[in-house]
Design a protein around this ligand. Structure first.
Ligand code: 6PG
Length: 243
């Protein structure tokens, strides 16, 4: 079993979150796409989010830059479903992004053909020592990010980069997720959330003290900057000076 944090998580994350409020979901997606394209141009490693929100950002990034030969693609989490299952995050990235490219990045799928615990151990091993330039994360309606769900034991893990997890929201399938130490190693951690449904979790994640009840509030880059790219609806409960 993993070693777990014995002390409560930091209650007031000192590092401010840069809020970028876009007019609408399309503009928010374009902001994330620009960050992805920057990595394609400079080379580096990117962690991609799953779910539905980032689809448009991936489409725009592929349209803007077809050459990704100097990029390594990693996954923030994965659902333990077949690779061609519409719930698969790899399938999301394949159909919204990879299939449009002229030169593919090196793609590192989470090996969910293994049992979740073994898949987590295998991905933990290959992720060791990888410098993550950009970590793209989503925000669940319950405040989760990746597959780090409210009050989950995985929130306290300090000695692993990847663990297995139980889903706290649809789809209720076994998950494999990067841990907080893994996500915080990103030089630039970027959250993307749009829509009124994300206003309350965004307020808790980016405008309140860190809490295990809102895992996204616990994830801040340890090496660089943390940005929340929100459309007006998702930012509607945040004061402009929120940090
Ligand atoms: C996943 C994601 C997850 C997602 C949020 C938001 O595998 O489900 O990694 O953390 O980002 O659940 O999902 P939506 O973008 O679909 O709202």
């Amino acid at each position: 079993m993993w070693a777990r944090r014995t002390h409560p998580p930091p209650s007031d994350r000192s590092q401010a979150v840069e809020l970028v409020v876009s007019a609408d979901p399309e503009e928010a997606a374009a902001e994330v796409a620009r960050l992805l394209v920057d990595v394609a141009t400079e080379g580096g490693s990117v962690v991609l989010a799953g779910g539905s929100t980032p689809r448009r950002a991936y489409e725009l990034a592929a349209a803007a830059q077809p050459y990704w030969g100097d990029v390594d693609i990693w996954f923030g989490d994965e659902r333990c479903v077949p690779a061609d299952d519409p719930r698969s995050n790899l399938q999301l990235v394949r159909e919204s992004f990879l299939k449009e490219l002229v030169v593919w990045p090196r793609v590192h799928p989470i090996p969910i053909e293994l049992p979740a615990a073994e898949a987590a151990e295998a991905y933990d091993a290959v992720l060791q020592g990888v410098k993550l330039d950009l970590v793209v994360l989503g925000l669940g309606a319950d405040g989760h990010t990746a597959s780090l769900f409210p009050e989950a034991p995985a929130l306290d893990v300090v000695d692993r980069l990847v663990v297995e997890a139980e889903a706290g929201l649809e789809p209720f399938v076994d998950r494999v997720t990067l841990t907080i130490p893994a996500l915080e190693a990103g030089a630039h951690v970027v959250f993307l959330a749009v829509g009124t449904e994300k206003a309350e979790p965004a307020r808790r994640a980016f405008g309140e003290k860190a809490s295990r009840a809102t895992p996204a509030s616990l994830v801040r880059s340890r090496l660089g900057t943390t940005t929340a790219i929100l459309d007006r609806a998702a930012a509607s409960l945040l004061r402009p000076s929120s940090s």
